[in-house]
Ligand binder design. Structure first.
Ligand code: HEC
Length: 252
């Protein structure tokens, strides 16, 4: 037993390092799998902007429709393209050999990426593309250096560049005004997109929410089941309480 504990402790730092591998700052994102509207919007962005290259081939369309409360006909009309049927797995037509040639890397299947990378990573990654003329598609990414993926959401976000820009470093205690400081290596918008920054952040949060759901669809069910279990315990408490009183009545 002691030996086992020693081994666990010996390995632990390795995991800690794997988890915090790079020093890139990640923005916090609050996942809310209860927010069906957010998950539906995320699914829509995913179908429109991501499924050209990425599959989620361990999931079926009709399961997603059911989980997210999307009627099957709406799902078929708006989120499924080509000849695909609603009972199919969410596969794509692009061949890995081709995509490897085009992007230098095959776009990975994203069914489990929500669990592998985590919400904060995804949320930050999708908002951190910036112009870099030295790259084949003219963009790079602060979270994923020399990424092969083009900035597919540029139309929505606008064009970001990396440079010196004012960053909020605190607040003036007397006036409550923001205090800023010029910092290097900061991303800022050079050209606006269709959405303003807040709207874009919400769109990416929805998309991330969807990817996290995708990685563990059972999480939704588990939460719902939890409520029923709690309700059952509350109801069970009533007869148990009276039964207990009944048992002890003559003794007291
Ligand atoms: C034009 C094709 C294309 C489209 C469209 C596209 N991607 Fe990608 N994506 C790629 C490629 C290629 C890579 C692999 C990059 C590499 O390894 O350098 C990638 C990598 C990724 C990764 C990193 C996976 C990992 O763990 O390494 C994520 C996450 C991702 N894409 C999410 C998305 C999302 C979300 C969308 C929709 C908004 C999207 N992609 C749209 C081509 C695409």
């Amino acid at each position: 037993m002691k030996k086992l504990i020693a081994i666990v402790f010996a390995i632990m730092p390795v995991f800690a390092f794997a988890a915090g591998g790079s020093n890139v700052h990640l923005d916090d994102m609050r996942v809310d799998l209860e927010d069906k509207a957010s998950l539906q919007r995320g699914a829509q962005v995913f179908a429109n902007y991501c499924m050209g290259c990425h599959s989620t081939k361990f999931a079926r369309y009709n399961r997603v429709a059911k989980d997210l409360g999307i009627p099957e006909d709406l799902m078929s009309e708006n989120l499924i393209f080509a000849e695909t049927k609603i009972g199919n797995l969410m596969e794509i037509a692009m061949r890995p050999e081709d995509s490897k040639k085009w992007f230098g890397a095959t776009p990975p299947d994203l069914t489990l990426v929500g669990r592998v990378r985590g919400a904060d990573w995804l949320y930050t990654y999708l908002r951190s593309f910036y112009a870099d003329a030295s790259r084949p598609y003219g963009v790079n990414n602060t979270v994923f250096k020399d990424v092969g993926m083009p900035h597919v959401l540029e139309g929505l976000q606008g064009k970001q560049v990396k440079g010196t820009a004012p960053v909020v470093v605190g607040f003036d205690p007397l006036t409550g005004q923001e205090l800023t400081e010029d910092q290097d290596g900061v991303l800022f918008l050079e050209e606006a997109g269709q959405l303003n920054q807040k709207e874009f952040d919400v769109a990416v949060a929805d998309l991330t929410n969807f990817l996290v759901y995708m990685a563990e669809p059972m999480a939704l069910e588990r939460q719902n089941m939890g409520y029923w279990v709690l309700l059952f315990l509350v109801i069970l408490f009533i007869p148990v309480y009276y039964l207990n009183r009944e048992y002890w009545r003559d003794i007291h």
